[in-house]
Write a protein that binds this ligand. Sequence first.
Ligand code: FAD
Length: 286
Amino acid sequence: MARIGDLLAAGRTYSFEFSPPKTAAASLSLGHTIAELQPLGPSFVSVTYGAGGSTREHTRDTVLWVRRETSVPPMAHLTCVGHTRDEISAIVSTYVEAGVENVLALGGDPPKNPAEARPSDYERAIDLVEHLRAEADLSLGVAAHPEGHPRSPDLATDRRHLAEKLRLADFAITQFFFDVEHYVSLVNDLADLGVTKPVLPGIMPVTNIAQVTRMAELSGAEFPAWLRDRLEAATDPEDMRRIGIESATELCAALLEVGAPGLHFYTLNKSSATREIYAQLGLPVG
Ligand code: FAD
């Protein structure tokens, strides 16, 4: 069984997200990370996509490598930005031929330099979901933003758009967040809008304050003062890492307690933080 929708219907899933390597050295390092994480028995792994196709070949090659060389089902990310329908059809047919059954359909972010923008046949992720549904028999996921998408006028509007998109998809995966309440309100708001599809929380263990501050600014996630204070009390980088992993473990435990259908880890292509959280949570291995 390799379709994420089916896996979620059968029980909780535990999954890991990677970025495609762009150099031979990065490929070796990612191979090593995946080998270290494989004994944890992940339900699936996902591979990000540079909006506008900047990592097109790297994402495809990594997804196909996971499909061929490991027993873990892969999920390919795809974005609307800068793509025609024909380009998306070509990418998807390569995946289908190789037996890849899962795609995360995303809007993607426009390039920082507007001069680099390429025309797109899609306005929103929902348009890509509709195209993929018509094109292939895939299990389809979409992105959810617990604290609202930064380009949305307000949270209620973002929730309505998400509900509309998730009705057509099989599951959602969230942007990272640090307070369990953000996840609970997202799931409750969707239920109020009549959508009860599984929403997997995205987990980002903070082991480097500067890096996560930058990522939080871009994604619209709050980096809460209580977490910053806790991390800033660290005596050295190793202590900060320990505190970050402890905080992420507490968030995971709280999410499982409120009934999350699984956990999706943003690994940043490293295995150790995820492995430590697994051990601290006492999750089944293999
Ligand atoms: P959309 O669903 O298109 O939403 C974008 C905005 O449009 C939102 O503000 C939404 O409220 C609004 N909107 C939706 N429908 C309507 C409507 N009908 N009318 C008006 N407004 C509307 N980015 C990458 O480039 N590559 C990746 O691999 C990648 N992976 C990700 C993985 C996860 C789990 C998550 C959560 C995000 C990921 N992203 C990735 C980031 C994502 O592409 C950005 O957050 C992007 O800005 C929005 O994507 P979306 O799929 O939510 O877009």
